[in-house]
Design a protein around this ligand. Structure first.
Ligand SMILES: [Zn+2]
Length: 384
């Protein structure tokens, strides 16, 4: 592995000396940016977790980095030049032709035209590439604005314009790593990442996602040429199921692979209160997974992903940062942190259970284990 061979586009320009440790990556681009009033991503997410960790005193300057915006040439490491140019042009014009919509999936209900439609996803990718460079010599970086796992080379898909996990993993590979693990905890299958790395033995992927849900890929038998481990789970999947899958499938697969770095996509739409899935886990599942996975590798990148209830997203990502950086979770949030959650509004539902304002950690939701889950995990373990 050669870490010095390939020039780093961020570090080279800023003269930054890499450091072991934990880093939280954020940007102001997310503040006030919305996919439109009726889109599930009308809600604030990165600004909420940034404000919360700041209010709790969990974001000292040495742990905070501002995400750069990835340049078109960096985005073309995965995306076509025509698509990158089309997205830039659409942002400028705030309009797409029928041809562009049909070819590149822009200007659709899922991937609408909005004011930051190029700069915001390019910033999410810049955050991922910065994360990759920060952990080259060890450490954990959290990029809650990343995790756009449905993005395709020539088209937007499933709210994703650029595929941040793919570009970030490619950035690690370009630095000479040869064994990268990708763990996808989002309620939806990470189809774009699987397409990008199918048949590539340098990457091993585990995706746990709700069955019979868009994008309807990631079947149990789909192994993408031996590099993917897909576990579709039934509605009602809760904490007992999650712990079982973590212990019996995710950890053994990743331990066997012996990765140099792990990318964990922490879409939090599998939480019980999320409107876009029927999975019902509690937010303690995410820090449990991160705590276990970090023992396997000296380098970890954690991204955001799905998550469409403003309260549960802000709480879960804050909990994840506390786990990464080692902060103690208070039983009750201080009032100034509660105020951040209380100030949020949502066009879908009435005000939520007050516990969502006053605490960070959910009560555990056991849920039990089904025979189907045990059998599916056993089938996948047969490949180990
Ligand atoms: Zn999702």
């Amino acid at each position: 592995m050669s870490l010095g061979g390939k020039c780093s586009w961020i570090l080279a320009t800023k003269g930054y000396i890499p450091r072991m440790g934990e880093t939280f990556i954020t940007s102001r681009i997310y503040k006030g940016s919305s996919y439109g009033a009726h889109h599930p991503l009308a809600i604030p997410r990165v600004p909420v977790v940034t404000d919360l960790v700041q209010a709790l005193g969990w974001l000292p300057n040495h742990q905070r980095r501002i995400s750069p915006m990835a340049k078109p040439v960096a985005l073309q490491r995965f995306h076509t030049a025509a698509y990158v140019a089309a997205l830039q042009a659409a942002e400028l014009a705030q309009f797409v032709s029928k041809d562009v919509r049909d070819r590149h999936g822009l200007g659709t209900l899922s991937n609408p035209v909005f004011p930051e439609m190029f700069r915001r996803p390019a910033t999410a990718v810049g955050g991922g590439m910065l994360a990759a460079e920060l952990v080259l010599h060890g450490g954990i970086a959290f990029n809650p604005g990343g995790g756009q796992h449905h993005g395709l080379a020539d088209a937007a898909s499933g709210f994703c314009y650029f595929n941040e996990p793919v570009l970030t993993i490619k950035h690690l590979l370009d630095h000479g790593f040869t064994r990268i693990a990708y763990v996808d905890l989002d309620a939806h299958h990470g189809d774009g990442v699987e397409l990008a790395f199918a048949n590539d033995p340098r990457v091993t992927m585990v995706s746990v996602h709700e069955s019979k849900r868009w994008p309807f890929t990631g079947a149990l038998n789909d192994d993408a040429g031996g590099v993917a481990w897909n576990l579709p789970v039934a509605r009602g999947f809760a904490d007992d199921g999650f712990d079982y899958v973590l212990d019996q499938l995710i950890l053994p697969v990743i331990e066997t692979f012996k990765p140099e770095a792990i990318f964990v996509q922490c879409g939090v739409d599998a939480l019980a209160e999320d409107p876009l899935s029927r999975l019902v886990i509690s937010n303690g599942c995410y820090p449990r997974a991160i705590a276990a996975l970090r023992k396997i590798t000296p380098r970890m990148i954690v991204s955001g992903g799905g998550g469409y209830n403003p309260w549960t997203v802000g709480r879960a990502w804050t909990l994840i940062w506390a786990e990464i950086a080692g902060y103690d979770i208070p039983d009750r949030l201080p009032l100034h942190a509660q105020a951040i959650l209380k100030a949020l509004s949502w066009n879908r539902r009435a005000r939520p259970n007050p516990a969502l304002f006053e605490t960070l950690r959910d009560v555990r939701r056991p849920g039990g284990l089904t025979d189907d889950l045990r059998q599916d995990v056993a089938q996948l373990r047969g490949r180990l």
